[in-house]
Design a protein around this ligand. Structure first.
Ligand SMILES: C[S@@+](CC[C@H](N)C(=O)[O-])C[C@H]1O[C@@H](n2cnc3c(N)ncnc32)[C@H](O)[C@@H]1O
Length: 346
């Protein structure tokens, strides 16, 4: 993620640069709200022709186009402005690879983050009173799929599942990671455990990937209900940050009883690296998203999570590192393994 180029902030000029860093994202948000890339398609446009099509002012569009060109989302050609290949592919609603649900999620965050001060005052998340709708959960699950398509492929290529035959994707959402593990490990069976609306998306994707015969879908609220089944490996990706230390510890304990002798939990998340919890900035920024949207979520240090794993009976822990730029977050996956003799199931 792009952070202010100079950290820590030491001079007023550096502070100014950091605080004004909202401007480029705001320009991108407006381009998305105007459906700029969907309207441009593949062709080159003069400002006046595109302004007519979008029904916006020529002056406004001229300035926005110069800006999106200066950051590389469109290019200035002799025939006019043309969307860059990446924007044509992912930001254009007419493209089969459009990442619309993920873009919507990002756009919603603009308004949500504007309410941060109020949330800090009350300590209550934004959506505290409104029960989640199935429509929201489905759109969120599609967004998660669109967010993790590349990292799921790269992680599945680098992470050896050894002789594992059964994998639990706990809070798997669309099951994107499970699908890629299945593609990579031909004898593996996977179970995606999540809320029913998320599992609808996972089922659609499993059919699309022609992997539905090797995948099962288990609706379960794993905070309030028991985790069922027996697994060689549990994949716990981007769930740790939704819950408190106590809740994660309880989940690890439940999971441990469901894992085979010598079984493993693999945790993918954004981890704080230092005892003071200040590095990396990205992990702290993400804690703010959890403050806005969850009752108890946060980001945690590797050391703390290793400690919870040990308390839950995962005797050995190890940090696995993906090749730079290929994993989610900074590519760290925390492995917890139960010893071959300590299996306990209820
Ligand atoms: C941020 S998404 C992560 C999805 C996927 N694991 C990934 O890494 O892309 C978190 C998922 O956990 C699920 N989840 C969170 N708490 C849950 C609970 N108590 N029971 C079932 N699912 C839960 C959510 O529905 C959502 O699909």
């Amino acid at each position: 993620m792009t952070m202010p180029s100079t950290l820590p902030l030491r001079t007023f000029a550096q502070f100014r640069e950091a605080v004004y860093a909202f401007r480029i994202p705001r320009i991108i948000m407006s381009a998305l709200e105007l459906e700029l890339f969907s309207s441009m398609g593949k062709q080159a446009w003069t400002v006046s022709a595109l302004a007519k099509r979008l029904r916006v002012s020529q002056r406004g569009l001229d300035i926005i186009l110069r800006n999106v060109a200066s950051i590389g989302l469109v290019k200035a050609t002799v025939r006019g402005y043309q969307a860059h290949a990446m924007a044509q592919r992912y930001l254009n609603k007419h493209s089969p690879d459009f990442r619309g649900d993920y873009l919507q999620l990002i756009q919603r965050q603009w308004e949500e983050w504007a309410q941060l001060t109020a949330v800090v005052k009350t300590g209550r998340p934004l959506d505290d009173d409104a029960p989640e709708t199935p429509e929201y959960r489905q759109s969120f699950s599609w967004a998660m799929h669109q967010r993790s398509l590349e990292s799921a492929k790269h992680v599945s290529e680098q992470l050896s599942l050894g002789r594992a035959q059964t994998l639990l994707d706990l809070g798997g959402g669309p099951g994107t990671y499970a699908l890629h593990f299945l593609k990579r490990n031909p004898t593996l069976q996977a179970t995606v455990m999540d809320r029913p609306a998320a599992l609808e998306v996972a089922k659609t994707l499993a059919a699309r990937y022609r992997l539905q015969t090797r995948m099962s879908f288990l609706p379960c609220d794993f905070i309030n209900e028991p985790i069922v089944g027996h697994y060689d490996v549990a994949w716990y990706s981007n769930v740790l940050h939704i819950y408190s230390a106590q809740e994660n510890l309880a989940i690890f304990r439940k999971l441990r009883r469901r894992l085979a002798s010598g079984g493993r939990i693999l945790i993918q998340d954004t981890f704080l690296q230092d005892p003071k919890g200040l590095v990396p900035v990205e992990a702290n920024v993400f804690a703010v998203t959890m403050l806005l949207h969850t009752q108890t979520g946060n980001t945690y240090s590797l050391r703390d999570v290793q400690d919870w794993l040990k308390r839950a009976g995962f005797a050995r822990t190890k940090v696995l590192r993906m090749k730079p730029g290929t994993g989610d977050w900074n590519g760290q996956i925390l492995e917890g393994r139960i010893s071959a003799t300590s299996r306990k199931r209820k």
